[in-house]
Every structure is written in structure tokens, then in C-alpha cells.
Ligand binder design. Sequence first.
Ligand SMILES: [Zn+2]
Length: 240
Amino acid sequence: MRNMLGVIEGAVGVACCGGGALMAYGVRGLSATLFAPSVYRGARSRRSVALTFDDGPSESTPELLEVLSVHRISATFFQCGLNVLRLPDIAREVLRRGHEIGNHSHTHPRFYFRQSAFIRGELSRAQDAISNITGFSPSLYRAPFGVRWPGMREAQKRLNLLGVMWTVIGRDWKLEAPAIVRRVLSAAGNGAIVCLHDGRELEVRPAIETTIEAVRRLIPVLKADGYRFETVSQLICPMN
Ligand SMILES: [Zn+2]
């Protein structure tokens, strides 16, 4: 409880000192590293982008894997531990197809005002679920809702996880496919990390048809524009 109060007092204190904007930036800013180390784009030296998919695996992930296979593209899937436990075969299939898996917490909570132990538990339960079921131990982590909070730095450090935000988010839970494509293309550039979704938090059988349709349309355009597709680990490595 003292921890929690400390956090709240700290937040209020920062806000009262005119640092409310700084606090908000630290929590949600794409390039912020105030509460935890993270990246939001990769090397600008190569004409490459990384497609990332959050909140899976879901019942619709295999259809997305087919689209990626047709184009021989490797992507990065930030999976929730509970979804991995629910759909272990699909989680394994993602890895078998050559994609990278990242940690997206166990139950997809909002981490605002949560204690460090809670944050630590969420990250480590997801890490255990993913590594026990797929045999792959993630080195990347994407914060649910992009929310960073005190305690996250230590939780990531314990598990050796680098945070990954995004250069552009498709808002694919809301927009129609053409609008998603336009949004992504307007921000595409060397080293861009694109955030899309193959699930909806912990929802069973989520509707992700618009995401799949957007990916189907997006890939040929990016390819024609000279982009290669890399996993996030490849993209952030300057030596590739
Ligand atoms: Zn998410």
C-alpha cells in the first residue's frame, strides 16, 4: 500500500510542479523511456519495416499467417500469456512459420497505479506461458495500451525484455481497411514499426477481418515502394 501511495503522491507531485505533461509523456509517449527502456523504430539505414501484431494468438491468427506466408514475410507477434494458454497450437504455429514472439503481458491490464509486484507478475506469467508452450523465450515486450508505469523498468530488467512501442499504430480495432492502409502508409519510412492486432485483448474469436484485409492490401504497396520486412529484433539491429 505504501508503494501505491508513493506512486500516487509522486504522480500528483510531478503534476503540481507543472510536470503533468512530462508524466503523461513518460506513461504514453512513443519515444519515452522515463519508466522503462523501449524503442519505437529501427535502423533508418535500411529500407525495411516491421509489422507487429498484438493481443494474439486468436482463432483468426492462422488466416493472417497464410497472408504473410504467401508474401514470405516475417513479422513480430506480441502475445498475451492467457491467449497462449488458450490456443497453444496457434502460438506454436506462429513461431514455426518463422515469426518472432514478444511478451504482451498475461491478462492485458491497464498498468496505471498498479504496484510493482503486480507488473512483475504479469510480465513473468506471460514469459513463462510463452516459453513453456512454444519453447521460445521472448526478448521483446510491448506494454498493453502502450502504458508504462513505475516498476516496469525493474520487471523488464528481471526478464531481460526490451520495450517496443511503434512508429505508427493502425487503429485497426476501429478503422476500415482502406483507412488503416492510408494511415500506415502516411507514416511508413525506413525502420518503421507498424502496430496492428491479431486479437482483442483476451476476447475469444475476436473480429479481425479488417486487419487481415488491411495487411493484404498494405504488403504489395510497401513492397512496390522498395521496403523489405523484418522482425523487430532484425529491424533494431544496425548490423543487418
Ligand atoms: Zn494489446
